[in-house]
Design a protein around this ligand. Structure first.
Ligand code: ATP
Length: 880
């Protein structure tokens, strides 16, 4: 069936549905079983083998494989039959790859699970009721209820349209929204873009309202037919991840250079060529930071999970990093800083009298509320005698006030049936409905007083202006109500025709209390060097009153209205933007100017949004935050982060978490690179001194994977330090090694080098260390191995906090402690058991050597404690 060529009745019959009631649950169940869920076939995931092979082509892994090949070659060439080394290198490569795949798989899974939390939903009519359901459960015959900002979840034939405009660029490439028309019937083959009575999956409602019967779901939709082209495989990497990947490569290259150098030195010193070959290989192996990228991914994934638990769902991974650098948060007022639980408090009709709705209600005041409630789209339900009003909170407040005073919206609608409407949107700031009133017609318009002002022709407008100001100072949102009587049925439903020459009926003042946590969150942001800016569609007086209460605004001059903003040039705005804290009566389109102006002054801006028109500003900002509850699908699609509780405080929490993630990555870098770099120095210096190779390749690999890898994985779980929100934001272009990280790594690498070489020397050449075991090259290697492994494991406790390790509680990151213990046990066991000794080229050493190794291993702790003592102390570790 080409639904666009058919009448609505025909389509209804064809897909067996009911326009008034929708499908029954039984029908839905049957259809879901027959036709499947409304989703695209998923792209085939890479098989484990493919992932594994892919991992082998990694630059660092390649170096290890070459090392294994050389080791095998040496074994064959020297004819000693020792293939263990080669086998072990390969085993470690395999273990490392599997570990990387599993850990990355886990990280991906947790990210995918988050996407599920942010599942697409839609409104459908079923069993006579409008329900919000999971978009995957939509079946052919369902009646979709469309409103501004909805994502269209299936192909459907429109049955009703009111100013409905649909953005179809995803399908047709046309970015201009198309005006739809349920009455249209195509008589020949039309392009998708010309099928004006149809809507298609993957497109969005830009404006207006409507209803439509689903004609195709899942792979049968127009989008489904091209879905295979859309399966996007590329995984997202954050800028930091990319930079660290290339850093890993660079270090590997340096290692290769150092390896070549060692080889040449050895040759000059007359060492046997094959042995030198293996030593160079071990050096190359040593410096490869095998676990760095996995640890960074894990740290990011862990941060993302933590944020999700605190109601912030990250949609774009790079946002985690950007959040840590944010220094301006531009927030909507209604619902984000306030509760969005509006209640009518005052009604003004004429003269000086203002009715307090909590005290007494007059007939005139009731008239204003009743008229306004006709001009609303909320749904009223009665559950156990309790009236529940669903929909736009401003409208819900009006209707609730009506229902609480013994009238109902239903009774009013019956008396004055609606025949047409001009919907509300944040740019127009008003709404009109047309009703039949006996033989005549009445149009009711409600909206912001100052916007409606020029459209009133009758009524006490001057007095209304005074009252409007008074209401605003009390932080009340004001809705003006006007009407016009028409003798004939209005046919031309346009703003220019209907929304003029109105008669002012009255003003409604409603309160929307701030969220209790907003004030604290704003103060916390301020301490953290982050400015909060309120952007609202509300009146400047109302907005300023609330902003003052919340601590956003301290001076009247910090507030600007939309019309003042329009008169300013970009240069003028840039000069003032840092001082402005409140933008009132702005449209979503203005938000983009504010974001760009801040960005021109060098700020990193987080911006909230919920409507369709907010999407460009959300995209332009550095961290776009969409509302999870009130946000439209379009806004959520454009955002980097979704706030599941619509709460401002959640953004501030997310910033703290972003900072913590960044710090943990720096800790991991300090931990891993200190070790890797020291390994290069140790081997290089030992060779220069003519002491022979201090480690074998397998020993170094073991240290990198077990002593570094295991505790390193747990570093990502390190809780945020308490003082993290008392510092200024991380500057936008600050490198990850800034603030002395290189110095720290340099000092630690030097200390590791000195102690390990010292141990190696004593073990290799000084017989008097132990009366029982003579010094030998193997004893030296065993001592060096133990020192490097133990000191690496202990180093994780140095890097975890800028405070003394004796002040940081071990329980605050249990898995770090457990991993460190595990790595210590494995290292010790390997050095003690004869079988593993042989495998790893270790030998039995005396108690004195053990004491020597352990004593030297704790030297770095003393050095780090001294450094920390001389630096200004920071706060303790603490959960946020
Ligand atoms: P914020 O930008 O802080 O979230 P908001 O989104 O609630 O505020 P808008 O919804 O753009 O702001 O509302 C702007 C103005 O439009 C309000 O101050 C009010 O006067 C008017 N208004 C709000 N809702 C309606 C409605 N449903 N019908 C008519 N006028 C409305």
């Amino acid at each position: 069936m080409d639904a666009y060529k058919e009448t609505v009745d025909y389509v209804v019959k064809e897909v067996q549905t009911d326009r008034q009631m929708g499908l029954t649950d039984a029908q839905v169940k049957k259809r879901l079983k027959e036709n499947g869920r409304n989703k695209f076939d998923e792209a085939k995931k890479d098989s484990l083998l493919k992932k594994f092979l892919h991992n082998l082509t990694d630059f660092t892994t390649m170096i290890l494989l070459v090392a294994a090949a050389i080791s095998f070659y040496t074994a064959i060439a020297t004819d000693h039959g020792d293939y263990f080394e080669g086998i072990l290198i390969i085993a470690i490569v395999v273990i490392n790859s599997v570990l990387a795949i599993v850990q990355e798989g886990n990280a991906e899974k947790s990210l995918a699970a988050l996407q599920d939390m942010n599942k697409q939903t839609c409104l459908v009519l079923r069993e006579g009721k409008v329900e919000k359901i999971d978009a995957e459960e939509v079946v052919v015959g369902d009646i979709l209820v469309l409103e501004s900002g909805s994502m269209i979840v299936a192909d459907a034939r429109l049955t009703q349209t009111s100013q409905l405009r649909v953005e179809e660029s995803a399908l047709t490439g046309e970015s201009e929204a198309v005006e739809k028309d349920a009455e249209f019937i195509g008589n020949e083959d039309e392009n998708l873009g010309d099928q004006l009575n149809m809507i298609f999956k993957g497109c969005t409602v830009a404006n207006g309202r409507g209803q439509a019967i689903v004609t195709a779901t899942g792979m049968h939709t127009e989008m489904g037919k091209i879905a295979s082209l859309l399966n996007d495989h590329t995984s997202q990497k954050t800028p930091l991840q990319k930079r660290l990947n290339s850093l890993g490569k660079r270090i590997s290259l340096i290692a290769l250079g150092a390896a070549a150098l060692v080889f040449i030195i050895g040759q000059l010193q007359g060492e046997p060529m094959l042995e030198m070959f293996m030593t160079s290989v071990s050096l190359a192996v040593a410096a490869v930071p095998e676990t760095l990228t996995v640890i960074v991914t894990l740290t990011l994934a862990f941060g993302v999970q933590k944020m999700a638990k605190k109601n912030a769902i990250i949609r774009q991974l790079p946002a985690v990093e950007t959040l840590g650098t944010a220094n301006v948060i531009c927030s909507d007022k209604t619902g984000t800083l306030t509760q969005n639980k509006m209640r009518v408090r005052r009604v003004w009709t004429r003269g000086d009298e203002v009715i307090d709705t909590e005290d007494a209600m007059t007939d005139e005041a009731m008239e204003v509320l009743k008229m306004a409630s006709l001009c609303t789209d909320v749904i009223v339900e009665k559950v156990d005698d309790e009236v529940i009003v669903k929909g736009n909170p401003t409208e819900a407040a009006i209707v609730r006030a009506v229902e609480e005073n013994y009238h109902t919206k239903a009774e009013l609608e019956e008396a004055y049936p609606r025949i047409a409407e001009l919907p509300f949107d944040s740019s127009r700031k008003m709404m009109t409905t047309v009703h039949k009133m006996g033989k005549k017609y009445i149009s009711v318009t409600k909206g912001a007083f100052d916007v409606l002002l020029p459209r009133f022709r009758f009524g006490d407008v001057d007095q209304a202006a005074i009252v409007n100001d008074r209401f605003g100072k009390k932080a009340l949102r004001v809705i003006a109500v006007g009407y016009a009587i028409h003798e004939e049925e209005p046919k031309d439903i346009r703003s220019e025709v209907l929304e003029k020459d109105l008669r002012l009926l009255g003003l409604i003042g409603m309160i929307d209390p701030p969220r209790p946590e907003s004030k604290g969150a704003i103060a916390r942001a301020k301490r953290a060097g982050i400015k909060t800016v309120m952007i609202t569609g509300d009146h400047v007086v109302t907005a300023s009153a609330i902003a003052k209460e919340l601590g956003i605004l301290s001076n009247k001059n910090e507030a600007l209205t939309g019309s003042q903003l329009h008169q300013m040039t970009d240069e003028e705005l840039d000069a003032q933007v840092a001082h402005l804290s409140v933008y009132a009566r702005v449209t979503p389109e203005d938000k983009i100017r504010i974001v760009k102006s801040w960005q021109r002054t060098g700020a990193v801006v987080a911006m909230t949004g919920d409507g369709v028109n907010d999407a460009p500003a959300l995209k332009a900002s550095d961290v776009g935050c969409a509302m999870g509850i009130t946000g439209t699908d379009v806004a959520q699609g454009a955002a980097d982060m979704v706030l599941t509780d619509d709460n401002f405080a959640t953004i501030v929490d997310a910033v703290a978490r972003g900072r913590a993630v960044y710090r943990n990555i720096r800790k991991a870098i300090n931990f891993l690179l200190s070790c890797n770099i020291s390994e290069i120095f140790i081997v290089l210096l030992a060779m220069l001194f003519g002491w022979g190779a201090p480690f074998t390749a397998v020993q170094l690999l073991f240290v990198n994977v077990v002593a570094d890898g295991l505790p390193g994985f747990a570093l990502g779980k390190e809780p945020a330090e308490k003082g993290i929100m008392d510092e200024a934001p991380i500057p936008r272009n600050e490198g990850v090694f800034a603030r002395g990280l290189w110095q720290k790594i340099g000092i630690n690498a030097s200390v590791f080098t000195v102690i390990t070489l010292f141990g190696f020397y004593l073990g290799s050449f000084v017989d008097s260390v132990s009366p029982w075991i003579d010094a030998s090259h193997e004893v030296g290697q065993t001592v060096a191995f133990l020192i490097l492994a133990y000191s690496s494991i202990l180093h994780v406790f140095n890097v975890r906090s800028s405070q003394s390790i004796f002040k940081v509680k071990l329980e605050s990151n249990k898995s770090l402690f457990e991993m460190a213990v595990l790595a210590t046990v494995i290292t010790t066991v390997i050095a003690l058991l004869p079988f593993t000794q042989e495998l790893f080229g270790l030998v039995q050493i005396s108690l004195n050597h053990w004491i020597l190794a352990i004593s030297l291993s704790i030297v770095p702790i003393f050095v780090n404690e001294m450094i920390k003592f001389h630096q200004s102390p920071e706060e303790e570790n603490d959960e946020i």
